[in-house]
Design a protein around this ligand. Structure first.
Ligand SMILES: [Mg+2]
Length: 232
């Protein structure tokens, strides 16, 4: 299998495939749901507050674990993913009918909106449960690290966006220049190892993709919902 670039068209294809296949009706009825129905279902899940509820329930469990473990370990730390974990990009996806379009400009009025152009605008809003978790970590003396698959040229905008929204990162790790990884696991797990090697105890890691979390170097992992896209 050829290596995937984080920014190639495979993501767009994977997102569209996920849109088509994510409806449970796909398996239960044996028919392929229309893209229109799937888009409407995603819109309902997000705009009804169900997504927020599911999201907050995961973060509540993470917070409870944080509070138990923070006083018990040496140099406690947590690791957060950024997109759809710490910051929300739904405006950029909604205008695309929930498709993930990585490259190109972002027209938020009419679409399309390229995700990288949107991220460069530093306009993403904090996901409130995660911001509360990060603030609680700060109060408990727990270092908050961010590891993201965003490309290195987005460092300034990413750090500015996080700070504007109220996060106080101990460190922000982006993809190294020119790097390609078959899976985010191959990048994120070694970055967690580097944090652990600095003497931190990573109590927990939280992300919206399994590939944010797999590969060890965290006591516990917390997987948030993402009804829109899948990243290997
Ligand atoms: Mg994410």
């Amino acid at each position: 299998m050829r290596p995937l670039r984080f920014d190639d068209r495979a993501h767009t294809r994977a997102a569209i495939l996920a849109l088509v296949c994510c409806a449970a009706a796909c398996a239960s009825s044996g028919t392929v749901p229309t893209l229109f129905d799937t888009q409407a279902r995603i819109e309902r899940y997000i705009s009804s507050g169900e997504y927020d509820k599911d999201f907050a329930a995961v973060v509540r469990r993470a917070r409870s674990y944080l509070e138990t473990r923070a006083p018990a370990v040496t140099r406690p730390a947590i690791v957060l993913d950024i997109d759809e974990t710490s910051l929300s990009n739904w405006p950029a996806y909604r205008v695309n009918g929930w498709a993930r379009i990585t490259t190109g400009p972002c027209d938020l009025e009419r679409g399309p909106c390229g995700v990288r152009a949107w991220q460069a605008m530093a306009a993403s809003k904090a996901l409130p449960p995660t911001l509360d978790l990060a603030k609680r970590a700060d109060a408990l003396g727990v270092a908050v690290f961010f590891i993201t698959g965003r490309p290195p040229e987005l460092r300034e905008a990413t750090e500015r966006n996080l700070r504007q929204e109220g996060y106080r990162p101990a460190g922000v790790v982006l993809l190294p220049p020119g790097a390609t990884f078959k899976s985010a696991v191959d990048f994120k797990a070694p970055e967690r190892r580097k944090i652990a090697e600095q003497g931190y105890t990573i109590i927990l890691s939280m992300g919206d993709q399994a590939s944010d979390l797999d590969g060890g170097y965290a006591e516990k992992t917390f997987k948030l919902p993402n009804p829109v896209y899948f990243l290997p």
